[in-house]
Unconditional design. Structure first.
Length: 365
């Protein structure tokens, strides 16, 4: 089979879950003897290599406007893909749905990964939210395969649009600390910090984590990995904290280093509350983190009983952090349980099998 991946920033993965999925799935498909193309956004990659681990790469430009970046790049990618004689197109992000009538006219087989409820994100203005509601509705009406990685999102499409989606879970790796000395790069000690890895957006509740931590009496630090490519008032407010225990590391793309940060954290704060299965949550669980998680159905579906949950109140999160500080023995058992969940339910090998079966069904129809 020949499959093209569109709608991500590209690979090697440097930014988010869609990119990691494209890398993990694409390289495994190549190992199985299939041909894979991934379209990359030019500005994200200084080095323009022709392929990565057998996956063929094409670099195309994008408009550097927050609301048009994804759509502009996917449009160019779709035009280019029409000449590639692909058996199927895997497109990420339902915001791209207005572009899909074009490849459908040319008889292309399309699977669209719908992700989460983008219209709930506070970063979008009313016009942006209306656009995402429209593209979500349109995706449900088009004659394409819809993929979701969350049972909660699957129920949402069934109840709201009476549309069935194809459930394919996300994947993660179980990992353990290999080189604690890497923490010295940031003057951190194993077990000496709470950790949060996320983009600086309101619905990820980074500011809530900071406000809760500021009320906490501890010598531990709060380490925040991530940021935003666009200047926002929310990001400026985060960075204005006066607490010297709060440490901002920016984006960390070095996988071994990020693995050490996760595996050696005292606890991991997961504040994301919009979307389906969150890759950062799975990665933290796979690294054996003790997770304190925002209490929403998407997160409970993944973490289950292997961590704690907090509401959107700084006082509630602070109480959960205080509980963690005084219950070290119970934390150890929950860490192991989180890794067991990843090993049983979120293996990339299973994800590969599910996508292979899906692509084969698409090609036969």
């Amino acid at each position: 089979m020949k499959i093209a991946f569109l709608g991500t920033r590209g690979i090697p993965a440097k930014y988010g879950g869609f990119e990691t999925c494209a890398e993990e799935l694409g390289t495994r498909l190549v190992e199985e003897g299939h041909e894979v193309i991934v379209y990359c956004r030019s500005s994200y990659y200084k080095e323009k290599r022709g392929e990565y681990r057998g996956v063929k790469l094409f670099y195309l430009p994008e408009l550097k406007i927050r609301s048009l970046e994804t759509l502009s790049h996917t449009f160019l990618s779709l035009i280019h893909s029409l000449k590639q004689d692909c058996d199927a197109l895997l497109i990420f992000n339902f915001a791209n749905s207005p572009l899909l009538p074009l490849p459908l006219v040319f008889g292309k087989r399309i699977a669209l990964h719908v992700d989460g409820l983008e219209w709930k994100r506070e970063k979008w203005n009313p016009l942006g939210r209306r656009y995402y509601r429209f593209t979500e509705w349109l995706a449900a009406k088009l004659p394409i395969v819809l993929i979701c990685d969350s049972r909660a999102i699957q129920r949402y499409y069934r109840e709201k649009y009476r549309r069935e989606t194809r459930f394919v879970s996300y994947g993660a790796h179980v990992q353990h600390s290999q080189d604690k000395s890497l923490l010295g790069r940031f003057d951190l000690d194993p077990g000496g910090y709470f950790l949060q890895v996320t983009r600086f957006e309101p619905e990820n509740n980074v500011l809530l984590s900071i406000r809760a931590f500021e009320q906490l009496k501890t010598e531990k630090k709060l380490v925040i990995v991530g940021g935003t490519r666009y200047r926002t008032k929310y990001a400026e407010e985060l960075l204005s904290t006066k607490d010297p225990r709060v440490v901002f590391l920016g984006f960390v793309y070095d996988k071994p280093l990020l693995g050490e940060l996760l595996s050696n954290s005292f606890a991991y704060i997961h504040g994301n509350e919009v979307g389906g299965t969150n890759p950062a949550l799975l990665e933290a669980m796979g690294a054996g983190c003790f997770v304190i998680c925002r209490d929403v159905p998407f997160n409970r579906e993944v973490l289950r009983d292997a961590g704690l949950y907090f509401s959107r109140e700084a006082g509630d999160l602070r109480q959960k952090m205080e509980w963690a500080l005084s219950h070290a023995e119970e934390i150890s058992g929950l860490k192991k349980e989180a890794q067991k969940i990843v090993e049983k339910h979120y293996r990339w090998e299973t994800v590969l099998e599910d996508y292979l079966h899906l692509f084969q069904q698409m090609i036969r129809t």
